[in-house]
Design a protein around this ligand. Structure first.
Ligand SMILES: [Zn+2]
Ligand SMILES: [Zn+2]
Length: 431
């Protein structure tokens, strides 16, 4: 299937004109062939020095089907050991560029087009480098594992701090079903999990919109809801290995990425549930967690839904009250982020404090509406059942953490990002 991206470029009832940067998206078992054709005779034929960025695993997964594309390109094959979307990963790409004589902008060997052949990490590194070098890149996902393939920003751990860095969206996406449907199940399950996290992200966006008047676009929310619906429908087909189900999952992931592209940030797709994932990635209150992005996100989703449901019940029972805001928990931030040398970076991220947008009177007034938004979400049990159906992770113990980490995780995770979530607004609630 092709996603015709132009349908998203029309003026919107939210008052903004959304812009899609990716020119074309193809999800098909013929995508590898179509990419070759484009490089040989089509839109990509003008590039003289294309270079593939991949790692050893994704090369093994994709170079067979892409053999003719591979022959047209230079390759940069990274070792997958400890390869992450972080400053070390970028250093490794820079170093490889230097070694290939491709580092200098004036060098005849400098690539003029990059092909990201891989999953999330390879894409984040490639989009960052493409932005830095001012050249376009093509996305060739080797697993349906994240929704960030078409994102315009790169989520990176930058000297210990989780950051969203400027990057570019791919010019084209060629998702070949015969490549990404053969990825290890754990990666596919991670993609399912990343999408189910939108339940929390959308609820957060809607609640914050109600209380602070933050901009929202219902059309973009619906795109995310369509993506979640698609993933719920394809779950059994995925487990049966049906190509069609894999294409639906890839479609849903790309749709979520396009929703982010339309607004220019990850607001529609990432909030309290991703903050949990980011906190654990920063290793402030835990040791290194060997889990995929989606696996941490799904646990964040379960934890936040459980918490939100409790608060909604308290609101309905008249037992939830708004109290004055006491400001950033400086001592706690010092003891936790500070112990990792991240006090200043955390304070910078939290300036201005997004909680200052919350007016207590309006918060009180909106409590019934907040309860309504939360009640529309599936219950904690329903989410767990959905995740189990997809063999996804849903419990901290499955990624080597213990339940003791949960309270502090929920208290600290809002501070990893300036983006306002209901979990953060909870700091003004008694229930
Ligand atoms: Zn809109
Ligand atoms: Zn995500």
């Amino acid at each position: 299937m092709n996603i015709s991206v132009n349908q998203f470029n029309s003026p919107c009832s939210c008052g903004r004109e959304h812009r899609i940067e990716v020119k074309d998206i193809m999800i098909s078992s013929r995508a590898a062939e179509a990419l070759y054709e484009s490089m040989k005779n089509g839109a990509l034929s003008g590039y003289r020095r294309p270079m593939i960025i991949c790692d050893e695993n994704t090369k093994a997964a994709a170079s067979g089907k892409l053999s003719r594309v591979w022959q047209l390109c230079a390759e940069l094959v990274l070792s997958p050991v400890n390869l992450h979307a972080d400053n070390h990963g970028v250093d490794r790409v820079h170093q490889a560029f230097e070694e290939m004589g491709a580092g200098a902008e004036t060098s005849g060997g400098a690539p003029d087009l990059l092909l990201a052949v891989g999953s999330g990490t390879v894409h984040d590194l490639t989009r960052y480098i493409a932005h830095e070098k001012g050249i376009p890149f093509v996305s060739v996902p080797t697993a349906a594992s994240v929704d960030g393939f078409v994102s315009t920003v790169a989520a990176m751990t930058w000297y210990g701090m989780k950051k969203t860095l400027p990057a570019v969206a791919p010019a084209y996406v060629y998702a070949d079903t015969e490549i990404f449907s053969k990825a290890p199940w754990r990666l596919t399950a991670s993609g399912v999990s990343d999408l189910l996290g939108k339940y929390v992200a959308l609820a957060d966006w809607r609640i914050v919109h109600e209380v602070t008047g933050e901009y929202i676009c219902e059309r973009i929310c619906r795109m995310e809801e369509d993506a979640m619906e698609a993933v719920c429908q394809c779950m059994d087909g995925l487990k049966a290995g049906e190509a069609d189900a894999y294409e639906k999952l890839m479609y849903a992931l790309l749709l979520s990425g396009l929703a982010m592209q339309m607004i220019g940030n990850s607001r529609p797709a990432s909030c309290a549930e991703h903050h949990v994932s980011h906190l654990w990635e920063m290793e402030v209150i835990n040791n290194h967690v060997d889990a995929l992005h989606g696996e941490k996100v799904s646990i964040g989703t379960v934890l936040n839904i459980g918490l939100y449901k409790k608060i909604a019940a308290a609101i309905r029972a008249g037992k939830c009250h708004v109290k004055p805001y006491e400001g950033l928990e400086l001592e706690l931030i010092r003891q936790t982020f500070g112990a990792k040398g991240l006090y200043d970076a955390t304070m910078e991220e939290n300036t201005p404090d997004p909680m200052l947008q919350v007016e207590p009177e309006r918060f009180v007034e909106k409590l019934p509406r907040i309860a309504e938004i939360i009640e529309a979400l599936p219950s904690e049990q329903e989410i767990v059942d959905l995740l189990r159906r997809g063999n996804c992770v849903y419990d901290v113990k499955q990624i080597g953490l213990t339940e003791e980490i949960i309270p502090l995780t929920m208290r600290l995770s809002p501070y990893v990002r300036n983006r306002l979530s209901f979990n953060r607004m909870r700091k003004m609630l008694e229930y």
